[in-house]
Design a protein around this ligand. Structure first.
Ligand SMILES: [Zn+2]
Length: 304
């Protein structure tokens, strides 16, 4: 049941030469492995030396698909069944969410279909072909995602360059909002940094890590609106609030500078901006400012 809903939640579409040809519920093989070989060198007897060999790309395996037009099937038929010619093509696999928004794209090169498993392969060779499984051999795959500016492993939180992140409208600890408690008006601290940017500006992972939370509720109790949390390898985490659009999913690994969403004004805000939170104390809590840290410590560190 949970597996089923997962399959329904995301969809892989296959484009050949820029034209969408099919949709699949599952995709495997978006990986690369570089062969490492060892040499036992004379004169150095206590360990071996390692060298980088060639990079190997496993076949793409697409499962449970529906063809949009004939071109994917014809390509397979001509290559595998009719043994006509080996027609290599470039293409891409795009991951889309339930609303049809593109989440991620991988490009593959010099590819040809090498395997097809369909329920009625022999009797039905026409269009509207229900695809069970297709294997595509290729000579390279790359993530179509240009990274934003990164220095010392830390990326600009908004836009493409650090210049785009210069409009800091609220810094850590600055008292910028009122809290009314028992009829008494007090000032509250600010547990992050605000970067003003136009609606739709790209938001980047400031540091590599794994997406540990995705909250799509615009009116959640924290006032963060649509936000995500990325947990980094050292146990610290960063939070990206008030987004208009989130393009990553829980469990996904992200690189520093990779686009994770877009600037918006969801939650408790007066205008579009990114609120960046930083948990340098490894608490994983973003509701209590006392347990958080100043994001500037992370952003403007020189890697030491
Ligand atoms: Zn803020």
């Amino acid at each position: 049941m949970s597996d089923d809903s997962k399959l329904r939640a995301y969809l892989f579409t296959v484009e050949i030469d820029g034209i969408e040809t099919a949709r699949f519920q599952k995709c495997e093989g978006l990986e690369a492995e570089t062969y490492v070989y060892e040499v036992e060198e004379g004169g150095l007897n206590h360990n071996t030396r390692k060298f980088r060999g060639r990079t190997r790309f496993p076949n793409l395996i697409l499962e449970k698909g529906i063809t949009e037009n004939d071109s994917l099937f014809n390509w397979f038929k001509e290559t595998c069944l009719e043994n006509k010619k080996l027609e290599r093509k470039n293409g891409s696999v795009a991951l889309k969410d339930t609303e049809g928004n593109e989440v991620k794209r991988w490009n593959f090169f010099r590819a040809f279909p090498c395997r097809w498993i369909g329920p009625k392969l022999v009797t039905n060779l026409g269009s509207d072909f229900a695809v069970e499984r297709i294997g595509i051999a290729h000579e390279g795959v790359e993530v179509d995602n240009d990274l934003a500016e990164v220095s010392y492993g830390i990326a600009t939180p908004v836009g493409k360059t650090w210049n785009d992140a210069q409009y800091v409208t609220s810094v850590w600890g600055k008292r910028n909002s009122f809290i009314v408690d028992n009829g008494e008006k007090t000032l509250s601290g600010h547990n992050g940094m605000d970067f003003a940017a136009p609606q739709g500006t790209r938001i980047n992972a400031v540091k590599s890590g794994t997406v540990s939370k995705v909250e799509n509720d615009e009116k959640n109790i924290h006032g963060y609106g649509k936000y995500i949390v990325i947990t980094h390898e050292d146990g610290t985490s960063t939070l990206y609030a008030h987004q208009s659009k989130i393009i990553v999913y829980e469990g996904e690994t992200v690189e520093a500078g990779e686009k994770i969403g877009e600037v918006g004004k969801t939650g408790k805000v007066t205008g579009p901006h990114l609120h960046l939170g930083y948990d340098g104390n490894k608490n994983g809590k973003f509701t209590n400012s006392e347990q958080l840290d100043d994001p500037a410590k992370l952003l403007y560190s020189d890697g030491n």
